[in-house]
Design a protein around this ligand. Structure first.
Ligand code: HAM
Length: 425
């Protein structure tokens, strides 16, 4: 026999026991997005490689070494999407969504990056993101950050820190970049291999280095803030003011530069110290130049994406406190006649109580083995129908999790009983 085939490294199955937590997260997030008037956009998970090269940037880690790129049978170079923004912009241009309109959209789904897998970092991971087109901000910058705060409230996540920064316009950044390269070149002997490589290609990313030996050097580097023009400065000040107005605490982190090239002005991240090295659960910013760059008419844009696996990991820590609903009932059916009657009864109950979550036992077996399954199902109650109950026109109701009396209910009253006793919170 051959070796068993396993999942690809860094790619994971979502097992049934975890799905309730994912649904809680996805539903909560969707409610918030609905509440702010964002509508969903679904794009293919594969695009032409060129799209990502031209948007994320040729000299970023993602494009240089992390993309799943392949030739299809026509010889076209295609790539599994490493993120969602490029596809949104492509779709928006293609369908004319940016013509004199404001678009508030969101998306979700798997993204692919060939990174070194570790806790919180995978090769297939899920994002939920949102993008707004046609508004130059800073009011919408504030809206989008408030929207993300509402996610955490809705999910019951505390202790997330908001970090913000501004990257200025690309012109401002070009001037700053020169000064930064000059400074770093003067201290070339102190740079590590990674930074030396970036010195030519992407010097701003050096500011983001995690190497403690570079900390001092980076702290003393020129700051982009000093190279901002009036408009960029005013934009950033208005953003800070707006966050102050709503009482949302933030940290200005001048080293926050982001790993994708399309950003301009506002960037932000929500971080936690509970997930080790991969502590960013949500990240985004403004990318006013990208639509133009990809062939559309110049359109201001801002957005963010959240790492769903990382948020799920945070939620797992407090799983007991989450309003996650399990099964209401497990119907135990003893004997052929009860089995037959049970299936009919269950359908009647489902008609009358659409909110009921119930498993009807299939496959026979002893009372003992059926109760074991009922218990393992984590249902609140077992509904017990045997020959004896059937004859008397009743069903046994046995609470499985609470200290409540077991009782019998007439079959004709069962729907009403379940509704008042177990289904109205
Ligand atoms: P990003 O910072 O590359 O931005 O990714 C956003 C979030 O996705 C990260 O903060 C993290 O939570 C999650 N994430 C990224 N890579 C991985 C991975 N390998 N494993 C698990 N989670 C991961 C973007 O993707 C931009 N498109 C966000 C954006 C939207 N900016 C403007 N609009």
């Amino acid at each position: 026999m051959g070796k068993n085939i396993q999942a690809i490294r860094g790619m994971h199955d979502l097992l049934p026991e975890q799905s309730a937590l994912w649904h809680f997260l996805e539903d909560s997030v969707r409610d918030v997005l609905d509440g702010y008037g964002y509508r969903e956009l679904r794009t293919p998970i594969i695009e032409f490689t060129e799209l990502f090269k031209r948007s994320i940037g040729e000299v970023t880690d993602i494009v240089e070494k992390e993309m799943y790129t392949f030739e299809d049978r026509n010889g076209d170079s295609l790539t599994l999407r490493p993120e969602g923004t490029a596809g949104c912009v492509r779709a928006g241009i293609e369908h004319g969504l940016f013509y004199n309109q404001v678009q508030r959209i969101w998306y979700r789904g798997p993204m692919f990056r060939h990174e070194r897998p570790q806790k919180g970092r995978y090769r297939q991971f899920n994002q939920i993101g949102a993008e707004v087109y046609g508004l130059a901000g800073p009011d919408v910058d504030i809206e989008i950050i408030l929207l993300t705060r509402r996610f955490w409230r809705q999910l019951g996540l505390k202790d997330l820190e908001l970090q913000i920064n501004t990257l200025g316009t690309s012109e401002e950044r070009a001037v700053y970049r020169e000064q930064l390269v000059r400074y770093l070149t003067e201290h070339k002997d102190k740079l590590d291999e990674d930074s030396l490589r970036r010195l030519e290609s992407n010097p701003l990313r050096i500011l983001d280095s995690k190497n403690p030996d570079l900390k001092e050097l980076i702290a003393a580097a020129p700051s982009l803030m000093d190279y901002l023009g009036e408009e960029s400065k005013a934009h950033f000040e208005a953003l800070c003011q707006g966050l102050d107005d709503v009482g949302l605490p933030y940290v200005v982190n001048p080293r926050l530069v982001r790993g994708l090239d399309y950003y301009a002005r506002t960037v932000f991240e929500w971080v936690t110290d509970q997930l080790g090295a991969q502590g960013t659960v949500c990240a985004g910013g403004r990318y006013d130049g990208l639509i133009d760059q990809l062939g559309g008419k110049p359109t201001p844009a801002i957005g963010f994406a959240m790492g769903v696996e990382r948020l799920v990991a945070l939620l797992e820590e407090q799983r007991d406190q989450l309003p996650i609903k399990g099964l209401d009932a497990y119907m135990v059916l003893m004997g052929d006649a009860a089995q037959r009657r049970g299936l009919v009864l269950a359908e009647q109950l489902r008609d009358q109580l659409p909110q009921l979550r119930m498993v009807t036992h299939c496959g026979g077996g002893s009372f003992k083995s059926q109760f074991k399954k009922a218990d393992r199902s984590e249902a609140r109650i077992a509904l017990v129908l045997g020959e004896d109950e059937l004859e008397r026109g009743v069903i046994g109701v046995k609470p499985l999790r609470e200290e409540r009396e077991q009782c019998e209910v007439a079959l004709t009253d069962l729907a009403e009983f379940l509704k008042t006793e177990y289904l109205t919170a």
